[in-house]
Design a protein around this ligand. Structure first.
Ligand code: GRG
Length: 288
């Protein structure tokens, strides 16, 4: 089984638990709607690269996808980005109503930590490291990470004096923090030493920025059908973005530099980093 198949199978299995049917349907609608599964793949691949067991990393990987999916559902709500389309289908509140979408997001976020705490420790010999991985995920998702980034993003819409420093603050948290948590969690459940964990953190920082820059570029230049969401929304919401601040040509150069820095960060892993190096190259070229 490939890592991607492992993730899809485990996500389906977790959602067959005893959850009230209509709530479960709304959770499944968004969780099982496709998506690149980037964060769980980063987690499993980091675990693999550092010699860890896939069984122990899988609950963390699935939890990362549940947290990411909750953030997309909530981000699409009318009180946030007010988006009607996500992962190639009507967004969750369009299909189930706002209250159910809010609860489907809450359900995914809470269930993520239930899965982490109840499943992973069964498979791991070093429980303190597993809990450190869980803490990294909580911190990347929470008030020092993604939630802080989302807050700053919304607070700076239509803010004409917002600058490059604010742009970095927002994206390091909104996008970068969960991506960095994913690779660190994988490395912690694997056998990464302190130097390797620092390398993974460095990769997460540069790769997270690369991912956000290319996401901003897609919002300007992408194909909505391929990307599966409404495009052109950043300009419509007067959002602070890389193309908005630096222009398209300079933004593309920045993406190239971040892809290179992300790859350089993993030099200590040699050929074991092949999957990550290819991912950085593909992300630079991405049109999805
Ligand atoms: C509601 C707390 C809270 C946070 C929302 C994820 C998010 C934060 C907002 C969505 C808008 C956005 C452009 C975020 C940047 C991160 C990003 C590029 C998300 C999309 O992730 P992909 O491309 O999506 O991995 P798939 O569907 O492939 O999983």
């Amino acid at each position: 089984m490939t890592n991607l198949e492992r993730i899809e199978t485990a996500l389906r299995a977790y959602l067959s638990a005893n959850i009230p049917e209509p709530l479960c349907e709304a959770m499944k609608y968004s969780l099982l709607a496709g998506g690149k599964r980037l964060r769980p793949m980063l987690c499993l691949s980091a675990c693999e690269m550092t010699g860890g067991s896939q069984e122990a990393a899988l609950p963390l990987a699935c939890a990362l996808e549940m947290i990411h999916t909750y953030s997309l559902i909530h981000d699409d709500l009318p009180c946030m980005d007010n988006d009607d389309f996500r992962r190639g289908r009507p967004s969750n509140h369009k299909a189930f109503g706002e209250a159910n979408a809010l609860l489907a997001g809450d359900g995914l976020l809470t269930y993520a930590f239930e899965v982490i705490l109840s499943e992973g420790p069964k498979y791991i010999d070093n429980v303190p490291r597993y809990y450190e991985a869980a803490a990294q995920i909580a911190s990347g998702a929470g008030v020092k990470g993604m939630v802080a980034g989302q807050w700053a993003d919304l607070a700076n819409e239509n803010n004409a004096s917002a600058n490059a420093e604010m742009l970095s603050y927002i994206h390091a948290r909104k996008t970068g923090a969960l991506i960095t948590a994913a690779v660190l969690a994988g490395g912690l459940v694997g056998h990464a030493d302190a130097m390797e964990l620092a390398a993974l953190r460095d990769f997460g920082t540069h790769f997270g920025l690369l991912f956000q820059i290319t996401d901003d570029l897609l919002d300007v230049e992408g194909n909505a059908e391929k990307v599966g969401k409404t495009l052109g929304k950043d300009a419509a919401h007067a959002k602070l973005t890389y193309p908005g601040l630096y222009g398209i040509a300079e933004t593309k150069k920045m993406a190239g530099r971040e892809a290179q820095s992300a790859k350089d960060a993993l030099q200590c892993f040699g050929t074991r980093a092949a999957w990550f190096l290819k991912l950085a190259d593909q992300t630079l070229l991405r049109s999805f």
